[in-house]
Design a protein around this ligand. Structure first.
Ligand code: FW2
Length: 287
């Protein structure tokens, strides 16, 4: 069961800090993360240019052995170009994409065609990144099966039953849940793993949680999950995408850079409040 980190994308003065990006990836992979998800939600993928996404991929491929590259775009040619670019890197084990978003009146047939075009453009496996809350529509297990060429799915969904349905209908598919509050559930029902933003700040705790589940020590596993839930609850009102940067600093002890507006960085009061609010959870999650 994999722990996959959708890594934060660090900016400094509006520019990517690629050295920091690679350094962060090296740190979390040394602490139990198995693979890196580049340009996902936590990585601000839809807010990045094609050139920025290529640069991130190059840095990730130099720092990790296993990389999944999120190429979703509202411009099909950009998604295809990113998928083709990824062929240069041995570390890329799959291409992932959100379905075309924002436009609510795309038909199921059009969404299927988008994924088939992606599959045709690459020799790498193509994974669906299903995130209905962000994308505005759900590509569920039945719709994913109809597409025909998908080899995996990351389902960011608070229903574990929804995620399990992919495995039921397509047993050979790699199936990951993307919700930080379902790490324990995902490991317990035997999914292929999790794509958890918390892997940016508590990779050791996720590795321990997986270990506890493997040993059948569900009580300890549950208390780690609950501590992660406390962190999520504290961070969400501040804007979770921005809070993740601060959480890396709080838990891992180094500056993880800043997001890029309109994902505004936290202000000093918010940072102090977050640090104080996660103090208890921090002692429960300590290695
Ligand atoms: C990503 C993830 C995790 C997210 C989740 C959304 O790409 O960032 O889906 O943290 O809040 O897979």
């Amino acid at each position: 069961m994999d722990i996959i980190a959708p890594v934060v994308t660090p900016f400094r003065n509006g520019r990517l800090d690629l050295d920091l990006y690679a350094e962060h990836i090296r740190n979390i992979t040394a602490k139990g993360v198995d693979a890196i998800f580049v340009a996902g939600t936590t990585g601000l993928g839809p807010a990045l240019s094609v050139e920025e996404r290529k640069a991130l991929l190059e840095a990730a491929a130099s720092a990790a052995r296993r990389v999944i590259f999120q190429v979703g775009s509202l411009v099909l040619d950009q998604a295809l170009a990113l998928a083709k670019y990824a062929e240069r890197f041995d570390a890329v084990e799959a291409i992932a994409s959100v379905p075309p978003y924002y436009f609510p009146r795309l038909s199921e047939r059009q969404i299927a065609k988008y994924f088939r075009d992606l599959c045709a453009a690459t020799t790498r496996p193509v994974y669906l990144y299903n995130y209905p809350a962000a994308v505005g529509r759900d590509v569920d297990a039945k719709a994913a099966r109809e597409i025909g060429c998908l080899k995996g799915v990351k389902d960011t969904n608070d229903s574990i039953a929804h995620t399990l349905a992919y495995k039921r209908l397509m047993p050979h598919m790699r199936v990951y849940n993307g919700s930080d509050s379902l790490v324990l559930a995902s490991f317990s029902v035997g999914l292929d793993g999790v794509v958890a933003s918390s892997a940016n700040y508590v990779p050791e705790a996720l590795a321990r949680l997986r270990e506890y589940v493997a040993r059948g020590d569900l009580e300890r596993a549950r208390s780690l999950q609950f501590a992660i839930d406390e962190v999520l609850e504290a961070a969400r009102p501040l804007g979770y995408s921005s809070a993740v940067y601060e959480l890396v600093e709080i838990f891992q002890g180094y500056d993880a850079g800043e997001p890029r507006p309109p994902i505004y960085p936290l202000d000093p009061e918010e940072r102090a409040w977050l640090r104080a609010s996660v103090a208890q959870a921090r002692s429960k999650l300590a290695p």
